[in-house]
Design a protein around this ligand. Structure first.
Ligand code: OGA
Ligand code: MN
Length: 302
């Protein structure tokens, strides 16, 4: 076997789509020299989503691999589940690892559960309902259905750059609310009530256009499409805000901005949560799908 984790072994192979690159010659479970870590961080900044194939990691190794790119943090959603006494979406002993799965309490595949189930997961930035959303996530496929459940990514730098000038002007300096009451599968979090008016919406107000702290480039930052009042643009009348949000969402998820990843066992995906959104296609729900996800500490979007 040829040596891995050297600058010579490292290959960065762009997907050819609007974002994403496959990294070859890297074993995330083995020690990583500092110069290779630097090269991986550079590749991440340049390609926004990195794919590592044929990986085999323990929880500790997954956390170490995550830490190449920043601090591994405990996800913001955990507090809701802890409060409701629901534990099964966290790996035992590793609160930084979320188990994203479609199993019921008996371990059988189902359509809906307390995790992301088997259905469609709408376009979103992870945890945008937090004051400091994660900079990125590393998702490791451990059990996969025979087909379906592809994870798709959309380039939000390009989304911003290709907006019509008048729309850029309309959203300049504007913020929007990011409702914390539901997860990305649209399920109301345990112990939380659905807001019925703006004053009831829990969650931060983030700029619609954010500057990436590493690249210095501007990206659209939309979070999740929720009906009024769970998403609205501040200081804008409801009708105008809804129409503008509809336009922005349609623009931000266009096919030409998207790369769809078809999973293989042992795949690891690392995405930048500050300049990409992601979406999961549904799958039949007749087979287990189980992933381990870590998240990288982020800053307040500006
Ligand atoms: C996530 C997520 C999609 C998937 O873990 O944040 O959106 O493909 N997952 O499971
Ligand atoms: Mn997600």
């Amino acid at each position: 076997m040829s040596a891995k984790n050297t600058l010579d072994s490292l290959e960065v192979v762009p997907t050819g789509a609007a974002l994403g690159a496959e990294i070859r010659g890297v074993d995330l479970s083995a020690p990583m020299p500092e110069e290779v870590k630097d090269a991986l961080r550079d590749a991440w900044t340049e390609h926004l989503v990195l794919l590592f194939r044929d990986q085999e990691m323990t929880e500790e190794q997954h956390l170490d691999a995550t830490r190449i790119f920043g601090e591994a943090v405990v996800p913001a959603a955990k507090a809701y589940y802890d409060k409701a006494g629901k534990q099964q979406t966290w790996a035992a002993k590793y609160p930084e690892i979320t188990v994203v799965h479609n199993l019921d309490d008996d371990g059988n595949p189902v359509q809906q559960n307390e995790s992301l189930g088997s259905g469609e997961v709408v376009w979103h930035n992870d945890n945008s309902y937090a004051e400091k959303p994660p900079a990125g996530s590393m998702l490791y496929g451990r059990r996969l259905p025979p087909s379906g459940g592809n994870t798709c990514f959309s380039n939000q730098y390009t989304a911003y750059e290709t907006l019509p000038e008048d729309v850029k002007q309309k959203i300049e300096g504007k913020t929007a609310v990011h409702d914390a009451s539901r997860n990305s599968a649209g399920t109301l979090r345990p112990g939380v009530k659905l807001p019925t008016k703006p004053s009831e919406v829990p969650g931060p107000h983030h700029p619609l256009v954010c500057t990436h702290p590493e690249s210095g480039r501007r990206a659209l930052y939309l979070g999740r499409r929720r009906a009024y009042p769970s998403q609205y643009i501040d200081d804008m009348e409801e009708g105008e805000s809804e129409a503008l949000l509809d336009f922005l969402w349609e623009h931000a998820c266009r096919d030409e901005l998207v790369w769809a990843h078809v999973w293989r066992l042992g795949d690891v995906l690392l995405w930048d949560n500050r300049c990409t959104m992601h979406y999961r296609e549904p799958h039949a729900g007749t087979h287990p799908r189980l992933m381990h996800r870590t998240q990288i500490e982020g800053a307040q979007p500006v």
